[in-house]
Design a protein around this ligand. Structure first.
Ligand SMILES: [Zn+2]
Length: 146
């Protein structure tokens, strides 16, 4: 019998079966960069090999929980950007010193702490300046007007 069935090793570490010569995407990550690491005569042999080649359960769970964490982070981020100007205003207030002074450094630290990559501190300060919320006191020093 010819070996028509391939065990594909994916770059993500997963293994899966595919008819030989067919670039089926990886069911774990969707990549087609895997390679045919072993060939089998029957689909049964192949599926057995797939089962024993795949990640041990512990690691698989770890990968899954990592994905869950990433998802949660992305959701938080989306929620925050939905928070819009009010959320940004709150962060702006939080980054202000007791003297009512704000700097790019203080603001960007606070933005990062809250998980913002966009808008940048420069952008936030820039638009707050345009809105008349902040006034520039020095090259890198702003104060609240309200
Ligand atoms: Zn994969």
């Amino acid at each position: 019998m010819e070996k028509h069935w391939a065990l594909i090793r994916c770059t993500c570490g997963g293994a899966y079966g595919s008819p030989r010569g067919t670039k089926r995407p990886c069911p774990h990550c969707g990549s087609t960069n895997g390679y045919e690491s072993k060939l089998f005569e029957t689909p049964d042999q192949l599926s057995e090999a797939v089962a024993s080649s795949n990640l041990p359960e512990g690691i698989a769970q770890e990968v899954e929980s990592k994905i869950a964490i990433q998802k949660a982070k992305a959701e938080t981020k989306a929620t925050m950007s939905r928070g819009g100007p009010e959320a940004i205003r709150r962060i702006l207030q939080k980054s202000t010193t007791s003297e009512g002074i704000i700097t790019v450094e203080l603001l960007s630290r606070e933005l990062l702490k809250e998980g913002y990559e966009e808008p940048t501190a420069e952008q936030v300060i820039g638009s707050a300046e345009v809105e008349g919320i902040l006034i520039r006191k020095a090259p890198n020093l702003w104060a609240w007007l309200q």
